[in-house]
Design a protein around this ligand. Sequence first.
Ligand code: SF4
Length: 222
Amino acid sequence: MIGFGDMITRHLAREKRTKDVGRYYPSEIGGCLRKVWFSYRFPKDVDPEVIKIFHLGNMIHDFVAEVMKSEKNPEVTLVGEEVPFTIEDGDFTISGRIDDIVMLEGEDEKILVEVKSTKMTDILDGPKDEHVMQLQLYMYAMKIFRGIVLYIEKNTLKTKEFEVKYDQNSVNEVMKRFRALHANLKAETVPPAEAKENPDKRWMCKYCDYLEECQRAEIDGN
Ligand code: SF4
């Protein structure tokens, strides 16, 4: 036996990533702020199984870009892929990458596409809040005011897409979250246990690497 499972694990293995206070990422801001805070203060090795799931997501992103570039799909032109951007706000920076920017045949307006791989599309009746937050911020950064969240099933390649209109109030809310995170990190104060306190977000705790630290913070009165 060759042991391909171990080979994949070794191939994808990466060092623990330490993050600098003052540099933030849109993909994290829709999650529990306390968890994001912990990830800056107490970085942990990422579980190899989680790395594999992320990698699968990246492979799906590449596939979606390939589909959009295909000559068999002339109604869509891919004008940008993995487009980097930064937003400066006071003494911190937000940086990220936009999955895809497309134009539709006969239109002169660009559209941002945020691709998310998922287990099942049937249960989705709208884009998830955290994905909308991400896209709103991208629209703000790029001054492109149309966006789509595209969900694609990992096992079947079934898709579901939701158009998202730019909303300045949502952007203000997202920026408020970044400012709160930055202030908490600078002051070394733990933010509220957002996911635990919100029934709609409580599922996030199930996948959180900081359950123990979170409980300890409660006991310590944070
Ligand atoms: S356990 Fe839940 S509330 Fe606590 S940090 Fe993790 S996601 Fe947030």
